[in-house]
Design a protein around this ligand. Structure first.
Ligand code: ADP
Ligand code: MG
Length: 213
Protein backbone atom coordinates (compact mmCIF):
# COMPACT_ATOMS: atom_id res chain seq x y z
CA UNK A 1 0.00 0.00 0.00
CA UNK A 2 1.25 3.47 -0.68
CA UNK A 3 0.41 6.63 1.23
CA UNK A 4 -2.25 7.62 -1.25
CA UNK A 5 -4.56 4.67 -1.12
CA UNK A 6 -6.67 2.48 1.10
CA UNK A 7 -6.48 -1.29 0.81
CA UNK A 8 -8.55 -4.17 2.12
CA UNK A 9 -6.55 -4.48 5.34
CA UNK A 10 -6.85 -0.80 6.12
CA UNK A 11 -10.62 -0.88 5.51
CA UNK A 12 -10.94 -3.81 7.89
CA UNK A 13 -8.72 -2.11 10.47
CA UNK A 14 -10.89 1.02 10.21
CA UNK A 15 -14.03 -0.97 11.04
CA UNK A 16 -12.29 -2.78 13.92
CA UNK A 17 -10.89 0.49 15.29
CA UNK A 18 -14.34 2.07 15.02
CA UNK A 19 -15.74 -0.77 17.13
CA UNK A 20 -13.04 -0.06 19.73
CA UNK A 21 -13.67 3.71 19.64
CA UNK A 22 -17.41 3.19 19.96
CA UNK A 23 -16.82 0.86 22.89
CA UNK A 24 -14.70 3.52 24.58
CA UNK A 25 -17.29 6.24 23.95
CA UNK A 26 -20.38 4.09 24.44
CA UNK A 27 -21.49 5.75 27.66
CA UNK A 28 -21.01 9.23 26.24
CA UNK A 29 -23.06 8.42 23.13
CA UNK A 30 -25.81 6.91 25.25
CA UNK A 31 -25.73 9.89 27.61
CA UNK A 32 -26.19 12.28 24.66
CA UNK A 33 -29.07 10.13 23.41
CA UNK A 34 -30.66 10.11 26.87
CA UNK A 35 -30.96 13.91 26.69
CA UNK A 36 -32.79 14.05 23.34
CA UNK A 37 -33.63 10.45 22.45
CA UNK A 38 -34.09 7.06 24.05
CA UNK A 39 -30.65 6.44 25.55
CA UNK A 40 -29.56 3.66 23.22
CA UNK A 41 -27.18 5.22 20.70
CA UNK A 42 -24.01 3.95 22.38
CA UNK A 43 -25.54 0.50 22.73
CA UNK A 44 -26.68 0.51 19.09
CA UNK A 45 -23.30 1.60 17.74
CA UNK A 46 -21.45 -0.86 19.93
CA UNK A 47 -23.67 -3.75 18.93
CA UNK A 48 -23.39 -2.91 15.22
CA UNK A 49 -19.66 -2.37 14.96
CA UNK A 50 -18.84 -5.31 17.22
CA UNK A 51 -20.99 -7.52 14.99
CA UNK A 52 -19.29 -6.13 11.87
CA UNK A 53 -15.85 -6.77 13.35
CA UNK A 54 -16.79 -10.35 14.14
CA UNK A 55 -18.20 -10.95 10.66
CA UNK A 56 -15.11 -9.45 8.99
CA UNK A 57 -12.76 -11.68 11.00
CA UNK A 58 -13.54 -14.68 8.81
CA UNK A 59 -14.44 -12.95 5.61
CA UNK A 60 -12.01 -12.94 2.70
CA UNK A 61 -12.90 -9.94 0.60
CA UNK A 62 -11.36 -9.21 -2.77
CA UNK A 63 -12.14 -5.52 -2.81
CA UNK A 64 -12.14 -2.60 -0.39
CA UNK A 65 -15.81 -2.23 -1.23
CA UNK A 66 -16.62 -5.76 -0.11
CA UNK A 67 -15.34 -4.94 3.40
CA UNK A 68 -17.52 -1.85 3.62
CA UNK A 69 -20.56 -3.46 2.01
CA UNK A 70 -20.39 -6.38 4.45
CA UNK A 71 -20.06 -3.90 7.31
CA UNK A 72 -23.17 -2.08 6.12
CA UNK A 73 -25.20 -5.25 5.78
CA UNK A 74 -24.18 -6.29 9.30
CA UNK A 75 -25.09 -2.88 10.74
CA UNK A 76 -28.54 -3.13 9.17
CA UNK A 77 -29.17 -6.64 10.46
CA UNK A 78 -27.79 -6.14 13.97
CA UNK A 79 -28.99 -2.67 15.01
CA UNK A 80 -32.59 -1.92 15.87
CA UNK A 81 -32.37 1.89 16.10
CA UNK A 82 -32.55 4.38 13.24
CA UNK A 83 -28.78 4.65 13.15
CA UNK A 84 -28.35 1.00 12.06
CA UNK A 85 -30.13 1.28 8.71
CA UNK A 86 -28.72 4.80 8.17
CA UNK A 87 -25.08 3.87 8.77
CA UNK A 88 -25.73 0.53 7.10
CA UNK A 89 -26.90 2.18 3.92
CA UNK A 90 -23.92 4.55 3.99
CA UNK A 91 -21.41 1.70 4.29
CA UNK A 92 -23.19 -0.34 1.62
CA UNK A 93 -23.20 2.60 -0.78
CA UNK A 94 -19.51 3.26 -0.07
CA UNK A 95 -18.87 -0.43 -0.63
CA UNK A 96 -20.64 -0.46 -3.97
CA UNK A 97 -18.51 2.45 -5.13
CA UNK A 98 -15.17 0.74 -4.37
CA UNK A 99 -14.78 -2.31 -6.59
CA UNK A 100 -11.01 -2.81 -6.53
CA UNK A 101 -8.37 -4.03 -4.07
CA UNK A 102 -7.26 -0.46 -3.39
CA UNK A 103 -8.93 2.95 -3.48
CA UNK A 104 -7.16 6.23 -4.04
CA UNK A 105 -8.15 9.52 -2.45
CA UNK A 106 -10.42 10.60 -5.32
CA UNK A 107 -12.16 7.22 -5.40
CA UNK A 108 -12.66 7.30 -1.65
CA UNK A 109 -14.10 10.82 -1.90
CA UNK A 110 -16.61 9.54 -4.45
CA UNK A 111 -17.50 6.63 -2.16
CA UNK A 112 -18.03 8.96 0.80
CA UNK A 113 -20.32 11.05 -1.41
CA UNK A 114 -22.32 7.95 -2.37
CA UNK A 115 -22.62 7.11 1.32
CA UNK A 116 -23.96 10.52 2.22
CA UNK A 117 -26.40 10.44 -0.67
CA UNK A 118 -27.70 7.11 0.52
CA UNK A 119 -28.26 8.36 4.10
CA UNK A 120 -30.14 11.38 2.77
CA UNK A 121 -32.24 9.24 0.47
CA UNK A 122 -33.21 6.97 3.34
CA UNK A 123 -33.59 9.50 6.14
CA UNK A 124 -34.56 12.63 4.19
CA UNK A 125 -32.53 14.86 6.50
CA UNK A 126 -30.85 18.03 5.29
CA UNK A 127 -27.97 19.95 6.82
CA UNK A 128 -29.23 21.86 9.85
CA UNK A 129 -31.76 19.20 10.90
CA UNK A 130 -29.49 18.16 13.80
CA UNK A 131 -28.53 14.68 12.61
CA UNK A 132 -25.44 12.73 11.57
CA UNK A 133 -25.66 14.66 8.28
CA UNK A 134 -24.38 17.75 10.10
CA UNK A 135 -21.08 15.97 10.73
CA UNK A 136 -21.00 13.89 7.54
CA UNK A 137 -21.62 16.67 5.02
CA UNK A 138 -18.80 18.96 6.21
CA UNK A 139 -16.47 15.96 6.54
CA UNK A 140 -17.17 14.96 2.95
CA UNK A 141 -16.69 18.55 1.75
CA UNK A 142 -13.32 18.77 3.51
CA UNK A 143 -12.18 15.37 2.25
CA UNK A 144 -13.20 16.24 -1.30
CA UNK A 145 -11.55 19.63 -1.22
CA UNK A 146 -8.27 18.10 -0.05
CA UNK A 147 -8.50 15.22 -2.51
CA UNK A 148 -9.18 17.64 -5.34
CA UNK A 149 -6.20 19.75 -4.34
CA UNK A 150 -3.92 16.70 -4.52
CA UNK A 151 -3.50 16.13 -0.77
CA UNK A 152 -2.53 12.64 0.32
CA UNK A 153 -5.03 10.33 1.96
CA UNK A 154 -3.89 11.04 5.52
CA UNK A 155 -4.23 14.80 5.09
CA UNK A 156 -7.69 14.47 3.53
CA UNK A 157 -8.84 12.14 6.31
CA UNK A 158 -7.48 14.47 8.98
CA UNK A 159 -9.29 17.46 7.46
CA UNK A 160 -12.48 15.40 7.28
CA UNK A 161 -12.20 14.41 10.96
CA UNK A 162 -11.68 18.02 12.02
CA UNK A 163 -14.64 19.18 9.92
CA UNK A 164 -16.85 16.40 11.29
CA UNK A 165 -16.05 17.45 14.86
CA UNK A 166 -16.79 21.07 14.06
CA UNK A 167 -20.09 19.98 12.49
CA UNK A 168 -20.83 17.84 15.53
CA UNK A 169 -20.34 20.79 17.89
CA UNK A 170 -22.51 22.97 15.67
CA UNK A 171 -25.49 20.67 16.27
CA UNK A 172 -25.82 21.84 19.89
CA UNK A 173 -27.78 25.05 19.20
CA UNK A 174 -29.89 23.41 16.47
CA UNK A 175 -33.48 22.30 16.85
CA UNK A 176 -33.97 18.71 15.70
CA UNK A 177 -36.18 18.28 12.65
CA UNK A 178 -35.61 14.55 12.04
CA UNK A 179 -35.58 11.41 14.13
CA UNK A 180 -36.64 10.91 17.72
CA UNK A 181 -35.11 14.20 18.93
CA UNK A 182 -37.54 16.12 16.70
CA UNK A 183 -40.40 15.02 18.99
CA UNK A 184 -38.91 17.35 21.62
CA UNK A 185 -39.26 20.43 19.43
CA UNK A 186 -37.46 23.42 20.94
CA UNK A 187 -36.39 21.30 23.91
CA UNK A 188 -33.87 19.58 21.64
CA UNK A 189 -31.92 22.86 21.52
CA UNK A 190 -28.79 22.95 23.67
CA UNK A 191 -27.80 19.29 23.29
CA UNK A 192 -25.21 17.81 20.96
CA UNK A 193 -26.64 15.28 18.52
CA UNK A 194 -25.65 11.68 19.29
CA UNK A 195 -25.49 10.59 15.63
CA UNK A 196 -23.34 13.58 14.64
CA UNK A 197 -21.07 12.59 17.52
CA UNK A 198 -20.71 8.99 16.33
CA UNK A 199 -20.10 10.20 12.77
CA UNK A 200 -17.27 12.41 14.03
CA UNK A 201 -15.88 9.38 15.85
CA UNK A 202 -15.96 7.31 12.65
CA UNK A 203 -14.09 10.01 10.70
CA UNK A 204 -11.56 10.55 13.53
CA UNK A 205 -10.96 6.80 13.57
CA UNK A 206 -10.38 6.79 9.80
CA UNK A 207 -7.77 9.56 10.17
CA UNK A 208 -6.06 7.73 13.05
CA UNK A 209 -6.12 4.39 11.21
CA UNK A 210 -4.53 5.92 8.13
CA UNK A 211 -1.99 7.80 10.24
CA UNK A 212 -1.00 4.65 12.14
CA UNK A 213 -0.30 2.43 9.12
P1 ADP B 1 -32.97 5.80 17.49
O1 ADP B 1 -33.22 7.26 17.27
O2 ADP B 1 -33.86 4.93 16.67
O3 ADP B 1 -32.96 5.45 18.94
P2 ADP B 1 -30.10 5.93 17.55
O4 ADP B 1 -30.27 6.45 18.93
O5 ADP B 1 -29.15 4.81 17.39
O6 ADP B 1 -31.49 5.51 16.92
O7 ADP B 1 -29.59 7.09 16.59
C1 ADP B 1 -30.03 8.42 16.75
C2 ADP B 1 -29.30 9.29 15.75
O8 ADP B 1 -29.69 8.95 14.44
C3 ADP B 1 -29.64 10.76 15.88
O9 ADP B 1 -28.81 11.39 16.84
C4 ADP B 1 -29.41 11.30 14.48
O10 ADP B 1 -28.07 11.76 14.30
C5 ADP B 1 -29.60 10.09 13.61
N1 ADP B 1 -30.82 10.20 12.83
C6 ADP B 1 -32.09 9.98 13.24
N2 ADP B 1 -32.95 10.16 12.22
C7 ADP B 1 -32.21 10.53 11.15
C8 ADP B 1 -32.51 10.86 9.79
N3 ADP B 1 -33.76 10.84 9.33
N4 ADP B 1 -31.47 11.16 8.96
C9 ADP B 1 -30.20 11.16 9.42
N5 ADP B 1 -29.87 10.85 10.68
C10 ADP B 1 -30.85 10.55 11.53
MG1 MG C 1 -31.71 6.26 20.32
Amino acid sequence: MNGDSVDIDLARTWVRATAAAVDKHKDHLTQLDSAIGDADHGINMHRGFSAATAVLADFEPETVGAVLFKTGTTLISSVGGASGPLYGSAFRAMGKALDAATADTEQFAAALAAGLESVQKLGAAAPGDKTMIDAYAPALAAFRQHAGAGADFAAAALAAADAAEEGMRATTPMQARKGRASYLGARSIGHQDPGATSTALIFRTLAETVEAR
